[in-house]
Design a protein around this ligand. Structure first.
Ligand code: SAH
Length: 378
């Protein structure tokens, strides 16, 4: 099992040119090649090192038997392989597991593992807190602190994969799917999410197919094309309302990017692949967005988009004014969508006993002074 090693702290009194060691977990294969080139090494050595990091979970360069002692020693001087530090692990009776992880700066994030018969999904965070302020989400209450680095994003997968493997005493791959549905808005941190995705998809990394990596967004429209260029991974969009008036209130980002513009960007995202659909997430909020007319309006709205709908029974958290729609209301809503020809599933609530369900992740944001206001539409 990998144990997080603390980053080497250079002694700045003695060595004024010392820089912090580079955490290799955040470098995609091309960037690792470039890093090696700056050390005077051939870039192809990235292929030798990459699997040790991601497939074997090794933290000690000396254990990399194919790179030679000299390079291992030099890497030890200027690089680290450092995952997040586990603070707590909670296990729900349904098998869902939540880890609170501490980052080097003291902030905490949450990562959730959801085992199912046909897949094992890891739900990862992309930011400390979130700036979007969706009315029904616990993360919003925490405010925004900062973007995660690629190393911190990949570190969640690295930690979970190797911890679970060690526990099972098995070298078989455990995590089959990764969803960017934890804390934060991944498309407001594409600079770091991009390399992280490339590492997840890399055959020498986690080897996930692009369909098994899902980026969920509240609708940062201008970033859709850039995400597609990184890799056309699965796209989920947090819709939650069938009209702009209501969505403006639930997802304030809607004031900036209206539903019509959002759906246009969704169509473009899947246009090149006739088999692909965008998943639309819709939290079921009692008396707010769950009426039959709203289901009909949603069905009309999504008629022109290759779509599937994920209904998420609202997960309450302390201080919220919303309530979960009753089961029969959710069923009726689903049936209207099904009758209109939309593929619709009600997401099973997982991990709510450990506050690991959708919208319940709060972490511990150290300070919120850097809350980014321009995201909110004026
Ligand atoms: N910022 C991204 C990633 C978060 S994904 C996004 O907005 O898509 C988490 C999903 O859970 C989103 O669809 C979010 O809208 C939904 N969600 C948030 N709070 C919730 C709650 N309390 N109950 C159910 N779903 C919630």
């Amino acid at each position: 099992m990998p144990t997080p090693t603390s980053a080497r702290v250079p002694d700045r009194e003695d060595d004024l040119t010392a820089t912090d060691p580079v955490n290799l977990l955040g470098l995609d294969r091309a960037a690792l090649g470039q890093f090696l080139a700056t050390m005077g090494e051939r870039a192809f050595r990235a292929q030798q090192i990459f699997p040790w990091l991601h497939q074997r979970g090794i933290t000690d360069f000396a254990a990399m038997t194919n790179i030679g002692k000299a390079l291992a020693a030099r890497l030890g001087d200027c690089a680290t392989i450092t995952g997040p530090e586990m603070v707590t692990e909670s296990l729900s009776e349904d098998g869902t597991r939540k880890w609170v992880m501490r980052l080097a700066d003291g902030n905490a994030i949450e990562t959730v593992f959801i085992p199912e018969a046909e897949r094992n999904t890891l739900c990862i965070s992309s930011q400390v807190g979130c700036a979007l302020d969706c009315a029904f989400c616990a993360t919003a209450q925490e405010g925004f602190n900062r973007n995660l680095t690629a190393a911190e994003i990949v570190g969640q997968v690295w930690f979970a994969e190797h911890r679970l493997r060690a526990e099972r005493n098995d070298s078989e791959r455990v995590i089959s799917n990764v969803v960017f549905m934890g804390m934060g808005e991944p498309l407001l941190n594409l600079k770091e999410v991009g390399p992280a995705i490339r590492i997840l998809l890399d055959d020498l990394g986690y080897g996930l197919s692009r369909r098994r990596v899902t980026v969920s967004t509240a609708g940062v429209v201008p970033a859709f094309d850039r995400l597609y260029e990184v890799a056309p991974v699965s796209l989920a969009v947090s819709l939650h309302a069938p009209d702009d008036a209501l969505r403006d209130k639930l997802v304030p980002l809607n004031k900036k990017y209206k539903i019509a513009e959002l759906l246009q960007a969704c169509r473009r995202y899947v246009a090149k692949d006739a088999r692909r659909r965008v998943t639309f997430e819709y939290a079921m909020l009692a008396g707010v967005n769950d009426a039959p007319e709203q289901a009909h309006a949603l069905a009309r709205l999504l008629r022109a988009v290759p779509a599937k709908v994920n209904l998420i029974p609202f997960n309450p958290f302390p201080g919220t004014r919303f309530e979960r729609s009753p089961d029969d209301v959710i069923d009726r809503f689903r049936d209207i969508l099904l009758a209109a020809g939309l593929v619709t599933v009600t997401r099973r609530t997982r991990g709510d006993s450990i506050r690991a369900a959708c919208g319940q992740l709060a972490g511990v944001v150290k300070e919120r002074t850097r809350r980014v206001v321009p995201i909110h539409a004026s």
